[in-house]
Design a protein. Structure first.
Length: 137
């Protein structure tokens, strides 16, 4: 009898988000994250939250941005459907996100995101700008 064996488990999902510039690509990354969690078409932008981030580089800034989104989702039990991101020199980001409280009777529950990962995370500020990330489900 075997004591144990290993098997493959799929517990991640990756995405790429695009934009005419890096700010728009980050906005679309926010939309991608919340479409994993629920259908953002059903989320009304009735509550607004603003925050700022300063990071070490563009990849760290993407990670920090996605982590901040996940933080507000988990702590305030919010879903977001609109993202306004401004990226400045020295890897500074200002964001305003809009959404509403998660309502099980109104919002489809898809997958729970446990964590943002650095694995294969990429940021390209060419035109079109592109970001890539993998989240742990």
């Amino acid at each position: 009898m075997k004591q144990f064996e290993y098997f493959d488990v799929t517990a991640d999902i990756g995405f790429k988000a695009y934009g005419e510039n890096l700010s728009e690509a980050f906005e679309n990354a926010g939309l991608a994250i919340f479409n994993i969690i629920s259908n953002t078409c059903d989320v009304k932008p009735s509550k607004e939250i603003s925050f700022e981030i300063t990071s070490q580089d563009n990849v760290a800034m993407l990670y920090d941005f996605l982590e901040e989104l996940l933080f507000y989702h988990e702590v305030d039990f919010m879903l977001f459907s609109e993202f306004d991101v401004e990226i400045y020199e020295n890897f500074r980001l200002k964001a305003t996100i809009k959404g509403e409280s998660f309502d099980f009777s109104k919002h489809e529950r898809k997958s729970e995101i446990k964590a943002i990962t650095f694995h294969k995370m990429e940021v390209s500020d060419t035109n079109p700008a592109r970001v890539q990330a993998i989240v742990d489900l």
